[in-house]
Design a protein around this ligand. Sequence first.
Ligand SMILES: [Zn+2]
Length: 275
Amino acid sequence: MNNPRRRNFLRALALGTTTFSLAAESAQAGQMPGRPLSADLGSEASGPTSIMAIAAHPGDAFFAMGAPVALQVHLGGQGVFLSLSLGEKGSSTIAPAEYGSLQRQSAERAAKALAARAEFLNYLDGEIPESDDVAFAVCDLIRQYKPAIIVTHWRGSWHKDHRACYHIVGDAVFYAGLPAVQRKQPAHTVERLFFAENWEDTEGFAAETYLDITPVFDQWLEACAAFPMWRGETGFRYNDYYRSLAIGRGCLSGFTYAVALMSPPEQLTRHVHAL
Ligand SMILES: [Zn+2]
């Protein structure tokens, strides 16, 4: 393991953090159906892994969750961006119908630039229902695309759509993994669930996974630029924030550029025979 990645890992350990790639690992015997796997994580990628970003709005999907998707595609995996709404009410100058169309076009362009897919569920911006109907709609897309990894919102958000997305995704992952839940597609167990660092979801967010996004940093920023709001046209300087956040997280983790992610507590449970 005398390679740069190993050296980065050791350097990160010295900084008191754990760093690793989003790695697909085999399912464990005895895993509860519908529950993301609880397993020890290695420091090395184990090969191409499919990933799905599930966000309330297209901007969240690409700005806060896009770099991990870009990286998995770069490693040979498949990436899907799912937006529960078009974020059509996000402009103070453009009417929702027109702005929603612009948002959809931007997301499709950005996904294409990252060699990923864009999916939309078209719930009303600001009114995403936190219901089983929505969870089953997300479940169906999880079963269709079979991602090993899902990245979504952390619940500590002032935005009601973001909080709803957190809960919807948790329920959707549960339903997707239950063989007894009969849908068109067979059950699929998501191996890893991560919460993204988002300027609107900061309450209680605790970074514990630092992902090296250096290989895809430029490509990710170019993809984000498909959105007018990336340049600050809706009032928040997304470009400056997320670009500098990747630099700052890189400083903390020993990588040039990084994103910080958070795992559900049970995903961090370790199974060891000795300490
Ligand atoms: Zn949002």
